[in-house]
Design a protein around this ligand. Structure first.
Ligand SMILES: [Zn+2]
Length: 239
């Protein structure tokens, strides 16, 4: 801008020159705007190819595949509505955009958000709405006046079993075995925070899965657990 002003001062006025610079000025912004447009296009392509759009699509596929796996398990034991409605809140903006931003493919995006921020808004939104998480089942104890875990109703305990199996299958791929969900539970700290009754029931079912496989375990869930029949240690206690 400064150079153009100096040059126009140094040279006398000429009608030809008055037209020529005008034309080159008109071409220059056009060239610049074309360049900017191409740059924007390249940036958009880069974002679409390697950024948030691809991550969003991958995240969408992961949660949809996960829901499909949980639905399959729930249907096998007769939990139709829970199979259909499992994890639907993951498609809400609060959960979905965090999932897309922190998508990694081999671990929960909530962990990555937690590492970055010190907390996961997505997880807090999720656990407050989904009763298949033991974290939902915490309430103010009237004895201690401290928020404490309470036992999970059996149908949500079973949905949690299906959730854990499906999560292990999705994240471990070909490395998945019937022991995966139990190993994951034993490695994690959440088992010592859930209610002892829930923890005992969950470990019993996942141990059965490791030792006897899905078919027998799902039959046990359908015919014993969801029918409200006592677990072995409850039978012994009542005798
Ligand atoms: Zn969930």
């Amino acid at each position: 801008m400064l150079l153009i002003t100096s040059a126009s001062r140094a040279q006398p006025f000429s009608p030809e020159k008055a037209i020529t610079p005008h034309c080159s000025k008109a071409k220059q912004p056009y060239a610049i705007s074309s360049g900017v447009a191409i740059l924007h296009f390249c940036v958009i392509i880069k974002i679409v190819k390697g950024g948030i759009c691809v991550k969003a699509w991958q995240h969408f596929k992961t949660i949809t595949r996960h829901r499909w796996q949980v639905r399959r398990g729930c249907f096998k034991v007769g939990l139709i509505w829970q199979g259909l409605s499992h994890d639907l809140s993951k498609y809400t903006p609060t959960e979905f955009f965090v999932g897309a931003k922190y998508y990694q493919g081999n671990r929960s995006p909530n962990s990555a958000e937690r590492v970055e921020k010190g907390y996961s808004l997505s997880w807090m939104h999720h656990k407050g709405r989904n009763r298949h998480h033991w974290e939902y089942w915490t309430d103010l104890s009237l004895e201690t006046m401290v928020y404490s875990p309470v036992p999970m109703p059996r149908k949500f305990l079973v949905e949690m079993v299906m959730d854990r199996i499906a999560a292990c299958k999705i994240y471990q791929g070909n490395a998945y075995t019937d022991a995966s969900a139990l190993i994951y539970l034993q490695k994690g700290v959440d088992r010592i925070r859930m209610h002892p009754q829930t923890q005992q029931e969950l470990e019993y079912i996942l141990s059965m899965l490791r030792d006897n496989g899905e078919k027998e375990t799902f039959q046990y869930i359908k015919k014993e657990v969801l029918k409200g029949k006592p677990f072995p240690w409850e039978q012994e206690a009542s005798m």
